[in-house]
Design a protein around this ligand. Structure first.
Ligand code: SAH
Length: 318
């Protein structure tokens, strides 16, 4: 399966990029697409840029050029539902463009004229996967389903937030989700938008946004990682995901690539830990009693090097 993952900003895709190792890069319409294997899936990752036009162009390219089967948007948003607080996660039930305003001609706020369709529903299976995955990362936050509003505006006004809540019954507001949702729906591609709350879209939004974007992005990443694992095992829920497989490796290491290819061929999700980019990973390999890489770890067992038979045993495939 080919999964498109979109974030709007560098912070939102940084962790994925790190985890993907050495993905193939293609630039189209000024957007870089990173294609590689991650958690047992072929992932095409990109930073759309902020706003609905960027998000639309990016999504259509993911579909046409990269032939993705599903799209996950991950990032941060301003909370609209007063019960939500910074750090909480909203999984989209549907998305609406709050700044489409043809009300003088008698259309409802958000309604795109002369069409029945202006509420873009997310895919039920992806919603379930995202919810289970989010709940699995921490129990310190709320994970809710709700409507996500998008518009080409950074919202920092209590009055506007209140209107969003009353008019649209929205959970949060951001600047890309409905564009991704519309483009996916127009192409028949399932999508879900997952947002961690970086602010409350009120008078302090700009301060909170800067402060919490990093943490919120970390949470989104951990969640999507769980989703991909669950998709790879075909489990449908993160709770039943297979035990995690870690591959300690480095760029340009041929045996590391062979191990990853073997795991991909079996459809097994795994996490890549690059020993060159982190002394912690290097230490972990040494603690396991090994001097080099690749080292594949499942639970408390590990296999050094590319040894097809030993790997099969480690992974419970024989
Ligand atoms: N990177 C720039 C601008 C970010 S714009 C900066 O650092 O200033 C805000 C981004 O976060 C958008 O991608 C949007 O989807 C999301 N977002 C977070 N809080 C938001 C809010 N209160 N209103 C609108 N978008 C918000």
């Amino acid at each position: 399966m080919r999964i498109g993952i979109i974030g709007a900003m560098d912070e939102e895709i940084a962790l994925y990029l790190e985890a993907m190792g050495e993905p193939a890069q293609t630039v189209k319409a000024g957007i870089t697409y990173y294609e590689g294997q991650y958690e047992g899936q072929t992932v095409v990752l990109c930073k759309s840029g902020v706003g609905k036009v960027n998000a639309s162009v990016c999504t259509q390219i993911l579909i046409d050029t990269f032939q993705v089967d599903k799209v996950i948007f991950t990032g941060v948003a301003g909370a609209v539902n007063p019960e939500l607080t910074i750090g909480d996660i909203v999984v989209s039930t549907d998305c609406v463009q709050h700044d489409v305003d043809v009300t003088p001609l008698g259309f409802a706020p958000g309604q795109i004229p002369y069409t029945e369709k202006w509420v873009w529903e997310a895919d039920a299976e992806l919603i379930q996967l995202a919810t289970d995955a989010a709940k699995a990362i921490t129990d310190e936050i709320q994970v809710v389903h709700g409507r996500i509003l998008s518009g080409d505006q950074f919202v920092a006004s209590r009055e506007k937030v209140q209107w969003f809540y009353e008019q649209f019954g929205a959970a949060c507001t951001e600047m890309e989700g409905a564009a991704v949702g519309q483009v996916c729906s127009m192409n028949g591609i399932p999508f879900v938008v997952v947002r961690s709350m970086s602010d409350k879209a009120d008078g302090s939004a700009h301060v909170n946004f800067l402060e919490f974007t990093k943490l919120a992005s970390q949470r989104s990443f951990a969640m999507v990682q769980n989703m991909l694992r669950a998709l790879s095992t075909g489990a449908g829920t993160a709770a039943t995901a297979a035990p995690s497989v870690i591959v300690y490796s480095a760029k340009g290491c041929i045996d590391c690539d062979l191990v990853k290819k073997a795991l991909d061929a079996e459809g097994i999700a795994y996490e890549v830990r690059d020993v060159m980019s982190s002394p912690e990973h290097q230490e972990a390999v040494e603690k396991l009693g090994f001097m080099g890489i690749p080292v594949t770890v499942v639970g408390d067992k590990a296999v050094k090097g590319y040894q097809p038979e030993a790997l099969k045993e480690l992974l419970g495939l024989k």
